[in-house]
Design a protein around this ligand. Structure first.
Ligand code: GAR
Length: 196
C-alpha cells in the first residue's frame, strides 16, 4: 500500500479534494494507495476535523512549541519528520502548509515531496500572490503543482491551471477562482504520480 501523508495549516480544502477524489475513484483498490495521515502545524486547522470524519489519522506538530530551541526551524522539522515517517509515506503532499521547510527535511523526502502554490510559477513565489498578480496587471493567474526543493516555490513543475483575471477582481475573488481549479488539479496530479 502506497501511503500518502498530507500536511496542512488551515482550511484544508485541497486536502479534502484529494481525500474525496481518492474515495470516489477508489484509489485504494485501483492504485493501491490511501491517505494515511493528515498533519497540521496548527491545532485549530479546520481541515483536521474533516480528515477525522473520513477516518484518517491526524496529528498536530505546533511549530510554536519549538520557539525556545537553539534552532527552532530544524527542531520543528525533525519532529515533523518523525511524525510523518510513522506512516512510511510514498508521497508527502503539502496542501496549504504555511511553514518553510529546512534543506534537511527536503532532502529526506527527495522525489516524494510536492506542493501546490497559488500562482503561475515561476511568477509570484512567496505570499500574497493574488494581490501581486492584480497589482502587476496580469491578465491570467493560476496555480502550480511542483516538486519541492530547498529553494522556496521552485522545483519541477508537474501541473498548472490558468484562470483569467477579471477587471473587477479583488485578491479574494481571484483566490476563489484559482482555488476551484486547485481542487481539480491537485488530486489529478497526485493520481498521476501514484500511477507511475
Ligand atoms: C491554497 O490556495 C494553496 O495554493 C495555498 O494556500 C491555500 C490553502 O487552501 N498555498 C500556499 O500559499 C503555499 N505557499 P486550503 O487549506 O483550503 O487547501
Amino acid at each position: 500500500m502506497k501511503n500518502i501523508v498530507i500536511l496542512i495549516s488551515g482550511g484544508g480544502s485541497n486536502m479534502a479534494a484529494i481525500v474525496r477524489t481518492a474515495e470516489r475513484q477508489n484509489w485504494a483498490k485501483r492504485l493501491n494507495t490511501r491517505v494515511s495521515a493528515v498533519i497540521s502545524n496548527k491545532a485549530d486547522a479546520e481541515g483536521l476535523g474533516l480528515a477525522k470524519q473520513h477516518g484518517i489519522a491526524t496529528a498536530v506538530i505546533d511549530h510554536k512549541a519549538f520557539a525556545s530551541e537553539p534552532h527552532p526551524r530544524e527542531a520543528f522539522g525533525a519532529a515533523l519528520m518523525t511524525e510523518i515517517d510513522h506512516h512510511q509515506p510514498h508521497l508527502v503532499v503539502l496542501a496549504g502548509f504555511m511553514r518553510i521547510l529546512t534543506p534537511g527535511f527536503v532532502a529526506h523526502y527527495e522525489g516524494r515531496l510536492i506542493n501546490i502554490h497559488p500562482s503561475l510559477l515561476p511568477a509570484f513565489t512567496g505570499l500574497n500572490t493574488h494581490a501581486r498578480a492584480i497589482e502587476a496587471g496580469c491578465k491570467f493567474a493560476g496555480a502550480t503543482v511542483h516538486r519541492v526543493t530547498a529553494e522556496l516555490d521552485h522545483g519541477e513543475i508537474l501541473a498548472q491551471a490558468v484562470v483569467p483575471v477579471l477587471p473587477d477582481d479583488t485578491a479574494d475573488t481571484l483566490a476563489a477562482r484559482v482555488l476551484t481549479q486547485e481542487h481539480l488539479m491537485y488530486p489529478k496530479a497526485v493520481e498521476e504520480l501514484l500511477a507511475k
